[in-house]
Design a protein around this ligand. Structure first.
Ligand SMILES: O=C(O)CCC(=O)C(=O)O
Length: 303
């Protein structure tokens, strides 16, 4: 399969109980090594080949950036491959248990000298899940990730604050689709820079307050975020949503099952992906004054 690492995972295995305890206590854990530098380079090449093949395709019905930011595992075998890789799943299983689904897989790149950034926010505020503690984000570095090139910052312990108020900025350089930002202050001493080497991953809770600054370096910052959840997650308002089963028994899942692509933009999976995007336009855009924006391009009007 395109993008599949050619060597076995170097660090596959469960987290130690002490690591799980740190994750639960602080709301994040890093660095967790999951791929060698060579494997990370191979995965990065597969994602960048996808970008090269499709970024200029004018027949895509949505902004290309939206395809990178939502549900890549349904339209790219390279994304599906990393999202179900055993080295990653073994770690996620330590946090969520044996039955695992992927809600979405995203490519999060920042070009050299790009002002693109993400305001401090909590993911869970916008995802519409009815449960806390049943999901985790794995953010896998496919380049060096430093404060200079736009590493994430976490606010230690903020996963215990509950849902905090946000306002939408729709900032021109904001990668977030509505420029959402928490309205509460935090102690700068609690802010942690999530520096990673290629092949290392960070984990964070959906209530973790986090964001990231611009890339002021000469190199591209490349990361893949994968949102894992358990089959017990439901949408709080009974709306439809979708997920890809990747390990264990997900037959009783509340979310609808997504199929696996055999090729880029597989005609068999694209209709499911589009249904998923329509659901996310509604959920992630709920209450916003404008349609969501991906890389400066507005999505279709939310109903
Ligand atoms: O890639 C980034 O800089 C931030 C990503 C993020 O906010 C997330 O993965 O939840």
């Amino acid at each position: 399969m395109a993008g599949s690492p050619t060597t076995g995972p170097p660090f596959a295995g469960s987290l130690a109980a002490t690591q799980v305890a740190i994750y639960r206590d602080e709301g994040y854990l890093f660095p967790v090594p999951v791929f060698t530098a060579d494997e990370a380079a191979e995965l990065r090449a597969a994602f960048e080949a996808f970008e090269a093949r499709w970024s200029d395709d004018t027949n895509l019905p949505r902004p290309f950036a939206q395809y990178l930011r939502d549900g890549m595992q349904v339209i790219s075998p390279a994304a599906d491959c990393i999202a179900r890789h055993p080295a990653v799943l073994d770690v996620i299983e330590s946090i969520l248990g044996p039955d695992l689904m992927v809600w979405t897989c995203e490519l999060l790149a920042k070009e050299p000298h790009s002002p693109k950034m993400l305001t401090m926010h909590q993911d869970l505020n916008y995802w519409g899940f009815d449960a806390v503690g049943q999901h985790v984000t794995a953010w896998i570095a496919l380049s060096e990730v430093t404060d200079e090139n736009g590493a994430m910052h976490f606010v230690r312990g903020s996963h215990r604050w509950g849902n905090v108020d946000h306002h939408d900025t729709f900032g021109a350089d904001n990668i977030l689709s509505r420029g959402q930002e928490v309205t509460v202050a935090h102690d700068p001493a609690d802010e942690v820079v999530v520096a990673l080497s290629p092949g290392e991953m960070s984990l964070h809770d959906g209530l973790m307050v986090h964001g990231s600054g611009p890339n002021v370096s000469d190199g591209r910052r490349v990361g893949v975020a994968i949102r894992y959840l358990t089959p017990s997650v439901r949408m709080h308002d009974g709306r439809d949503d979708y997920a890809t089963p990747v390990r264990g028994d997900c037959s009783g899942a509340e979310l609808l099952m997504l199929p696996v692509p055999a090729v880029d933009f597989d005609p068999e999976t694209v209709p499911f992906h589009e249904r998923m995007l329509v659901a996310h336009d509604e959920t992630l855009g709920a209450g916003a004054a404008q349609p969501m924006v991906y890389d400066g391009v507005r999505t279709v009007e939310s109903p």
